[in-house]
Write a protein of this length. Structure first.
Ligand SMILES: [Zn+2]
Length: 222
């Protein structure tokens, strides 16, 4: 953060939003020890499971927020640490997930079917603001409180080794797929299981009959 002006702006820009100063530098991808690697690889290029991650600068608050772009590292941190994608605070057990109508209805089924998402959690204090400010939530959304959150998939660029060299293509594969050794990762997806629907934003969840909405606890959190 370079100035007081930017400090103020940082307060209204979601934690996971990428800034114009955070560039993805060109990299040389090579094959080493039966997996892809960077020619000039550093320890921080891989996560704890050994998956190679797309490099991106880290300078939140500097430049112009790129509201349509997610910062790979902050997205991963938010998913792994259950940090609020808006304010960056640790949510722990109060973590909620906001899914758009499209995302929720496009999942395997309505409540109680597990839902996979690349959106990190939101803390109770940021739900109302997100519903108001996020264009993809305005057309209808649900707020879910899961009892179980598990790693599901990783998306990024999958490199296929061929005689002519590495052929890259965009892909999303299971987090434990053996092909993660050929993946340059960009985003983590998790599966939300055993969840309550604690909020309905301008939509009715088909098939729930209203019984799935957790109205009894008095702890709506939203
Ligand atoms: Zn928050």
């Amino acid at each position: 953060m370079s100035s007081a002006v930017n400090l103020a702006r940082w307060g209204v820009v979601p934690y996971i939003t990428a800034w114009s100063s955070e560039e993805t530098p060109p990299v040389a991808v090579v094959v080493r020890d039966g997996r892809i690697a960077y020619a000039d690889e550093r320890a921080e290029d891989r996560d704890g499971a050994g998956v190679l991650w797309t490099r991106i600068g880290f300078s939140p608050g500097v430049g112009v927020p790129q509201f349509k772009s997610v910062h790979f590292l902050r997205q991963r941190r938010a998913m792994r640490g259950l940090l609020c994608q808006v304010c960056g605070a640790r949510c722990a057990k109060s973590a909620l997930w906001m899914l758009s109508r499209e995302e929720y209805e496009g999942a395997d089924g309505p409540w109680p079917a597990p839902v996979m998402t690349a959106h990190p959690p939101v803390c109770p204090g940021c739900v109302e603001r997100s519903a108001r400010l996020c264009p993809h939530l305005r057309a209808g959304h649900v707020v879910l409180r899961p009892r179980r959150v598990s790693p599901a998939a990783i998306s990024g660029v999958l490199y296929q080794p061929t005689r002519a060299g590495l052929v890259p293509s965009a892909a999303t594969i299971a987090h434990n797929d053996f092909r993660t050794r050929w993946l340059r990762a960009a985003q983590l997806h998790v599966t939300l299981e055993d969840y309550d629907v604690v909020g309905l934003g301008a939509m009715v969840v088909s098939g729930s009959g209203g019984s799935s909405v957790d109205r009894g606890s008095g702890r709506q959190g939203v």
